[in-house]
Design a protein around this ligand. Sequence first.
Ligand SMILES: Cc1cc2nc3c(=O)[nH]c(=O)nc-3n(C[C@H](O)[C@H](O)[C@H](O)COP(=O)(O)O)c2cc1C
Length: 164
Amino acid sequence: MSGPPVIDPATYRHVLGHFLTGVTVITAIDPDTQAPTGLAASSFTSVSMDPPLVSFCAARTSTTWPRLRAAGHYCVNILGDGHAELSRRFASKQERKFDGLAWRSGASRAPVLEEAIAWIDCALHGELDAGDHVIALGRVLELGAREGASPLAYYRGGYGRLAP
Ligand SMILES: Cc1cc2nc3c(=O)[nH]c(=O)nc-3n(C[C@H](O)[C@H](O)[C@H](O)COP(=O)(O)O)c2cc1C
């Protein structure tokens, strides 16, 4: 019996890159250092209304994910169309990702970025094994949106905006 087909990683990346997404920055307060931490994630999606659940996928290699996990709470900040640089910053390994950034504490204490066009504050609800990633499920605690703002788009490895 033959196993599942082997998919070439470059082809996988190329084809899946055709799925247009937004970009989020997922933030928490690191319980060890009490410092804000976060990473850029395009794998965010809504999951359930009752109960209110959202998800994102975290790479097992991420050094930020274990800190979000330890915090037990995180905030999903949805980026606007001027935020490509912010996305790059939170996709980097630099330590001082919050320098010069305005934020406040959400219901869970996780940082809500003032520039975000929408934010969803969550408690970690569960974690599913998913190959080289884990699927993190968050229970929504509080959420809000800035009306009239337009989102940052991510497509085939590049940033863009919605045409008016
Ligand atoms: C547009 C964009 C989307 C990304 N989406 C994800 C994601 O959904 N999940 C993930 O684990 N990393 C994602 N990354 C990568 C992380 O933001 C980042 O590279 C990594 O977390 C930084 O490493 P660290 O967690 O070790 O600090 C994305 C990067 C970019 C630029």
